[in-house]
Design a protein around this ligand. Structure first.
Ligand code: HEM
Length: 99
């Protein structure tokens, strides 16, 4: 209803720098209210969270999990051994923001 941006869209993700995302959260954008009361550290962490939504990153993560025969696929029921995905599969993709 609000026509909010799809933040998981790889095209949107690569069109924004971390600084632009931080500014949108802090100052507001379109119908999104400003969150200027949040400490800068919280804004920085929200930027990281927004980056984690990137569908390109999530698909790379899923492909890594499927090709890793030792671990469960993403979305599989947790095994009784409590197997966690390998840390390497959770590593962020290289930043596109040129930092
Ligand atoms: C801390 C919570 C939130 C975060 C981290 C966040 C993050 C973002 C980001 C990164 C964008 C994209 C800005 C851009 O295109 O550069 C966005 C857009 C948007 N957000 Fe949020 N948002 C939050 C809360 C909200 C809330 C509460 C609403 C509901 C009123 C909202 C509504 C929108 C809308 C409508 C847009 C599209 C704005 C436009 O392009 O005109 N957001 N948000």
């Amino acid at each position: 209803m609000l026509k909010a941006t799809n933040l998981s869209e790889p095209a949107w993700q690569s069109a924004r720098t971390d600084e632009q995302i931080a500014a949108a959260i802090k100052l507001g954008r379109g119908q999104m209210p400003s969150f200027s009361q949040l400490p800068d550290m919280t804004i920085a962490k929200l930027v990281k969270l927004v980056r984690m939504m990137n569908m390109a990153r999530l698909e790379a993560h899923a492909a890594a999990a499927v090709s890793d025969s030792a671990g469960p696929a993403v979305g599989a029921a947790p095994s009784s051994s409590g197997h966690a995905p390998k840390p390497s599969a959770l590593a962020p993709l290289p930043k596109s923001s040129g930092r």
